[in-house]
Write a protein that binds this ligand. Structure first.
Ligand code: GN1
Ligand code: MG
Length: 374
């Protein structure tokens, strides 16, 4: 990453914020990009914007990335504007263009910036707080898929190739274990063994997708619960955020990441694994919420795939954390030396618990396949 302090005032001047820069403060959000809340003083009021520095090691082609985001946000914005009684200004992020009318800015040091409106009176949660909240988050992502189901051609760019290609992730993991460039494998023998023993799991969905047994859709691909903004007073889901990897995928991927992040109240980086506890009632809420929004367009095979995809995406995410630990923490932001290893452990613990429960999960999916919750 290029060094040098950031002149937020100068960066902010390049965006159409419509006021004078007051200050910028970091918002802790996500493992990849850097996010700031910028305040500007407009003639009659103070306004806030979300300024993000895009991690260009992860997102190598900002032009294509931002082309996707323009298409996605405009498509959804047109839909919510047409819907009666919707508060369209809050339901989808709006990009704030640069002074030159572009969707992002490349500064003199080569850093890439973009800005969104800040959606007021909302909050995010890192750990699911209750059953209704789990249901609402799942509904919001199901609805997001629905709104993008008729996105016109062409196919969205693949902003990160092979993103949910678990066999590809598995191969990357094996090669990192083999190289062991940081000599860390000795600190993760149990986790490596756990993963190696589950190679077969990796292909659970990719084969069905390539053989056309489940269709390709536009999916969010990063549906952890902290990517939903909830209304501060009503708790209703207002808006889905983090659209960087919204692209072609299997509908079930989004369900899988919801299961990963909303069926246990343990934090992703919890060190006390006793706190990682799968709750069937939370799973039920996720299934009900997701299917309420998506049952009308999912095929029977897609609904079937919801049973195993929680385990699959949790395994994949654990593999990615473990791979990054072994590689020396080059991808996910970390705050302590074993952070990625701790994260891998919580994921694998949840996988273990999900493996024991497949029949239960299948019964729940069966129940909500046709039956609306409300
Ligand atoms: C990353 O950026 P953030 O924190 O929302 C990652 C996801 C992982 C997640 C794990 C582009 O998401 O795939 O599931 O961390 N995003 C990217 O918490 O790799
Ligand atoms: Mg995020």
């Amino acid at each position: 990453m290029p060094a040098g302090p950031v002149d937020f005032e100068a960066i902010s001047r390049e965006f159409r914020f419509g006021g004078d820069f007051v200050d910028a403060r970091p918002i802790p959000a996500g493992h990849i990009n850097d996010t700031y809340l910028v305040r500007v003083r407009a003639p009659s009021r103070t306004a806030e914007f979300v300024l993000q520095r895009i991690n260009t090691i992860v997102f190598r082609d900002p032009d294509r990335l931002m082309e996707n985001i323009v298409r996605i946000t405009e498509h959804v914005a047109a839909k919510v504007a047409a819907a009666p009684a919707s508060d369209g200004r809050r339901e989808i992020l709006r990009l704030i263009p640069t002074r030159e009318g572009r969707s992002f800015l490349r500064d003199s040091e080569g850093r890439v910036w973009r800005a969104y409106n800040s959606v007021g009176r909302t909050r995010t949660v890192d750990v699911v707080e209750g059953i209704e909240q789990a249901r609402k988050a799942a509904w919001a992502f199901g609805r997001f898929q629905e709104m993008l189901a008729d996105l016109p051609e062409p196919r969205l760019h693949e902003t990160i190739p092979h993103f949910h290609d678990t066999p590809h992730r598995f191969a990357a993991f094996l090669s990192v274990v083999e190289t062991d460039s940081q000599s860390r494998a000795a600190h993760a023998t149990e986790e490596i063994e756990f993963a190696v023993a589950r190679e077969e799991m990796a292909g659970l969905l990719t084969t069905a997708l390539t053989e056309g047994r489940i269709p390709e859709r536009v999916t969010h691909n990063d549906t952890k619960i902290n990517n939903v903004l909830f209304d501060t007073s009503t708790g209703e889901p207002v808006c889905v955020i983090d659209l960087d990897i919204t692209m072609a995928g299997a509908a079930a991927y989004d369900f899988g990441d919801l299961v990963r992040t909303s069926t246990s109240r343990g934090a992703e980086d919890e060190r006390d694994l006793r706190k990682v506890r799968f709750q069937l009632d939370l799973f039920e809420a996720v299934a009900a919420g997701f299917l309420d929004a998506a049952r009308q367009f999912l095929t029977p095979a897609e609904v079937d795939s919801l049973v195993v995809v929680g385990k699959l995406i949790t395994f994949e995410t654990g593999l990615r954390f473990l791979t990054d630990f072994l590689e020396g923490d080059v991808y996910f932001k970390t705050a302590r030396p074993t952070h990625n290893l701790d994260r891998a452990r919580t994921q694998f613990e949840l996988v273990r618990q999900l493996e024991d429960r497949e029949e239960q999960l299948a019964r729940v999916v069966e129940r909500y396949r046709r039956e609306p919750t409300r």
